[in-house]
Design a protein around this ligand. Structure first.
Ligand SMILES: Cc1cc2nc3c(=O)[nH]c(=O)nc-3n(C[C@H](O)[C@H](O)[C@H](O)COP(=O)(O)O)c2cc1C
Length: 499
């Protein structure tokens, strides 16, 4: 792409302002749109946004510097990023990246002199069940092999727009292998929301409390308590935030929930809004899943048309709530709730000191509930079918089910839902793991289990997990995993090593 003219940039910024408005909270969304359009954020755009949004150029440059998917210099017409989780490595991503670099005559991370292409690695893109994977201009390409890479090189050399690349390259499968309490029921009849409106917010909260539901994003905080604290917090406006950042290496279950259970997730958010008294909500979606935006926007539009979002929801005067989607731009730390809120406010995703916690001081300093995608899904079903229904599964300390993202050396990678309390060996048997020497649970920051520990159980009291379950057979050098995770943490340094 030749350098954009000042006129082109000005016109695009004007369009972006018309779309998102002049609220500085939308700075990151403007920058993502610019990066996408021009393969970088041109200096002219920085100047324009500084004036229009009333923020300093330094703030804007600091944001660009922080997010891995934003750049001040052009990346090339085709910006290709190979997912570099350990599971991608086990499937040969490094060999394939070398092959593509050779075919295109580029060094990893260095734009080609003609501005056509950049090739490099990126952190896990959440496609471990169908890797090796890459992102091209933010769109996920799955199931790479030498033939596919060879063809991609041709498409890049010919300058073929992505719309004309083979559709099969962009197919992302759900790979749901085992359905349990939540996944067996994808019905979108808004029954949970209706139940809350019939019985009242107090009763809905009581069901969530009775269920014993704990957050599915990692920390396992009691969901009812979080909602209660937020409901009772002093302050005016309240907010509901769904954490769909899913950056933990090896985790991809939220991707599937967003694809096939989005209605239930939005319903859970709406119920939460009814309970805490929120009028606005956000879905914070990791940049790697931007291909899901049109689908999610369509679900939101349909829900508005059905009276399930917007003003006077289901005819109830005073119950107004709507949801906006905000994209991330390649920063693992933005999954941490306080960093996520900073990012929602358009800033670098730097963690806040806590307390105060988001329930009292979150988005723009207002009381805010942040929950994981799976938590909202579970909450919607709990309000529909009752806390006892949910408690009927799991263990005393871990009620309900857990959805696992299973990948690595297994015959059937994908999504598995189990009651809490399920032993690791049961999961290994179901997914077709032969001769496993280790299982890595809960991602890079989780636990590595040896075979002697395979009778341990998935539960908060034994093996808490956000859902990642990576299997390594006896042929693997476990130091490769350690090196990959060390590299991940060095790269995703939680912002502390960045300016
Ligand atoms: C470094 C880091 C990354 C995190 N990433 C995620 C994430 O991708 N998704 C998520 O739901 N929670 C993530 N969390 C946990 C969130 O901070 C927060 O506890 C969670 O969103 C709360 O929702 P829950 O109560 O429904 O689990 C992360 C935490 C840390 C410390």
């Amino acid at each position: 792409m030749s350098d954009p003219s000042i006129g082109q940039v000005t016109e695009f910024v004007a369009e972006s302002l018309a779309r998102h408005g002049r609220n500085p909270d939308y700075l990151l969304q403007h920058l993502i749109a610019l990066q996408h359009r021009f393969s970088h954020v041109p200096a002219t755009a920085v100047d324009l946004l500084a004036t229009e949004l009333g923020v300093t150029r330094t703030q804007i440059r600091a944001a660009i510097d922080f997010y891995a998917f934003l750049h001040e210099t052009p990346r090339g017409d085709f910006d290709i990023l190979f997912s570099d989780n350990i599971t991608d490595r086990m499937l040969g991503n490094q060999r394939l990246m070398r092959l593509l670099c050779e075919r295109l005559g580029v060094e990893p991370g260095v734009p080609r002199a003609d501005g056509r292409v950049t090739v490099g690695p990126t952190s896990c893109t959440g496609m471990c069940d169908q890797g090796p994977a890459l992102l091209v201009n933010g769109m996920a390409v799955t199931r790479l092999d030498a033939q596919r890479v060879d063809r991609i090189a041709d498409l890049v050399e010919m300058g073929t727009p992505l719309e004309h690349w083979p559709g099969a390259y962009f197919v992302v499968e759900d790979n749901i292998r085992r359905k349990g309490l939540l996944l067996s029921n994808a019905a979108t009849d808004a029954a949970g929301l209706r139940a809350m409106l019939e019985k009242g917010a107090e009763a809905a909260l009581a069901e969530v409390e009775r269920s014993g539901l704990r957050g599915r994003g990692g920390a396992g905080f009691t969901t009812a308590l979080k909602w209660k604290f937020c409901r009772e917090a002093p302050g005016g406006e309240r907010f509901v935030v769904c954490n769909a950042d899913e950056g933990e290496p090896g985790t991809f279950k939220d991707r599937v929930l967003l694809t096939s259970y989005a209605d239930l997730m939005f319903e859970g958010m709406t119920i939460c809004a009814g309970v805490i008294g929120a009028r606005r909500g956000f879905l914070y979606l990791r940049g790697e899943y931007r291909y899901l935006v049109p689908h999610l926007e369509a679900v939101l539009a349909r829900r508005r048309a059905q009276g399930l979002l917007g003003e006077s929801i289901l005819g109830h005067d005073g119950f107004d709530f709507d949801i906006a989607i905000h994209l991330g731009a390649g920063a693992y730390i933005c999954g941490e709730e306080s960093a996520l809120i900073e990012s929602l406010e358009g800033k670098r995703g730097v963690t806040r000191k806590r307390p105060p916690f988001p329930v009292t001081s979150g988005y723009q300093g207002n009381p805010t509930v942040v929950n994981n995608v799976e938590t909202f899904l579970a909450a919607a079903r709990v309000v529909q079918w009752g806390g006892y229904w949910f408690r009927g599964e799991g263990t005393d300390k871990s009620a309900g089910s857990k959805i696992l993202s299973v990948s690595g050396d297994v015959a059937r990678p994908g999504i598995y839902e189990y009651p809490f309390g399920t032993p690791v060996h049961r999961v290994l048997a179901d997914c077709g793991a032969t001769n496993p020497q280790a299982v890595q649970i809960s991602g890079a920051a989780g636990a590595t289990l040896a075979p002697a520990e395979f009778d341990r159980i998935i539960a908060f009291e034994d093996l808490p997990t956000a859902g990642s379950f990576m299997v390594f057979d006896a042929s693997r050098d476990m130091l490769d995993m350690v090196r990959n995770f060390a590299h991940f943490f060095a790269h995703e340094s939680c912002g502390s090593a960045r300016s």
